[in-house]
Design a protein around this ligand. Structure first.
Ligand code: 13P
Ligand code: SF4
Length: 332
């Protein structure tokens, strides 16, 4: 009875506040549904450990885009945030794409609306627009090229030096790319709340306590955090560095979900999450959007194939152009 009521509620309110019996073995049910529905689960490194463990593929945003583009499953289940699932739909529009929680957004995507970007473009008609993939389909549809943190330098280096660029929406990634490429791109005022939460004082304190640990950081972090880092890279770049660098201890300045996969890759090394300004339960920085997904919602989303991601054909066609350009340049 409770289950039936929950299902009704679930359908009515788009999966908010569902209370399905906790006696369900979600992992077992999800595995069954994967087979029954010929589904593929793609998960980002920031997802909770149980979701990463049950996914068919775990990766950074670029790797997930490639996987989504080539997926031949009937159902693509995106365990990540909205812009990632939307990118999967744009790349593979004939597939059904579902996201466990439709409210799983992103502070970067929210900071850049298409109408505002269009107004900015109109003020700078000689500039091309490079957008980070952390944007809506509408924003991608008015962009020239997309990038992720793992290919941003390569994408910008592919643009002729005399071509002025608007870079949106991450001012921190943009400033870092300006620094490493010697460009002077116009930067949008957006930021990732998770990477802006790191405290430089607490980070230096952690480093003092573990002087042999190397600080490694995601480029969405602020410049004063990046200055302290021995290595700066995307989530997959950070995991790879921890694997290949001889150091035995690392302080990791990105969303704490990455530690699950990183620790699996380096079982004999010690990892410390970089501390955030606010004292919170994990003493680290977690993405509230990524953490909206959980096993229960993943199960429900596969069972009902809801909430589904929809992108109009007109926007899909336009948004595909900058994403495809990115994938082509990236694979060269
Ligand atoms: P990457 O996985 O591309 O490093 O991106 C990190 C991120 O913040 C995704 O939202
Ligand atoms: Fe957006 Fe930051 Fe969360 Fe990634 S970690 S989804 S960039 S808010």
């Amino acid at each position: 009875m409770e289950l039936q009521q929950a299902e009704k509620k679930l359908k009515e309110n788009g999966f908010l506040d569902v209370s399905v019996s906790d006696k369900i073995d979600y992992a077992a049910e999800i595995k069954k549904l994967k087979k029954e529905k010929n589904a593929i689960i793609l998960a980002h490194y920031y997802q909770e450990p149980a979701i990463q463990d049950i996914a068919d593929f775990v990766g950074d945003s670029l790797q997930l885009s490639y996987k989504a583009a080539e997926a031949d499953a009937d159902l693509i289940v995106f365990a990540g945030v909205h812009f990632m699932a939307e990118t999967a739909k744009i790349l593979n529009p004939d597939k059904k794409v579902v996201l466990p929680d439709l409210n799983a957004g992103c502070s970067l995507s929210e900071a850049c609306e298409a109408k505002d970007l269009q107004a900015f473009k109109d003020k700078h008609p000689d500039h091309i627009v490079v957008t980070y993939v952390n944007t809506s389909a509408d924003v991608k549809a008015i962009s020239d090229i997309c990038c992720t943190s793992s290919n941003a330098k390569k994408i910008i280096d592919s643009v002729p030096l005399d071509q002025p660029i608007i870079f949106a929406p991450d001012k921190n990634l943009g400033a870092y790319i300006n620094k490493v490429t010697g460009r002077n791109m116009l930067l949008w005022e957006g930021a990732c709340i998770v990477h802006e939460a790191f405290s430089i004082d607490k980070l230096l304190h952690t480093h003092q306590a573990h002087p042999n640990a190397k600080i490694i950081a995601h480029p969405e972090s602020e410049a004063h955090i990046l200055k302290t880092a021995a290595y700066i890279g995307s989530t997959s770049g950070l995991i790879n560095y921890a694997k290949t660098d001889p150091a035995k201890e690392f302080i990791v300045a990105t969303e704490a979900g990455i530690l699950h996969e990183m620790q699996k890759e380096v079982p004999n090394k010690t990892l410390y999450p970089a501390p955030a300004h606010e004292d919170n339960t994990c003493a680290c920085s977690e993405c509230p959007y990524m953490k909206m997904n959980n096993m229960k919602k993943l199960f429900l989303c596969m069972k009902y194939e809801l909430p589904e991601i929809h992108v109009s054909e007109a926007i899909q066609k336009k948004a595909l152009i900058p994403i495809q350009r990115m994938l082509d340049i990236s694979s060269q």
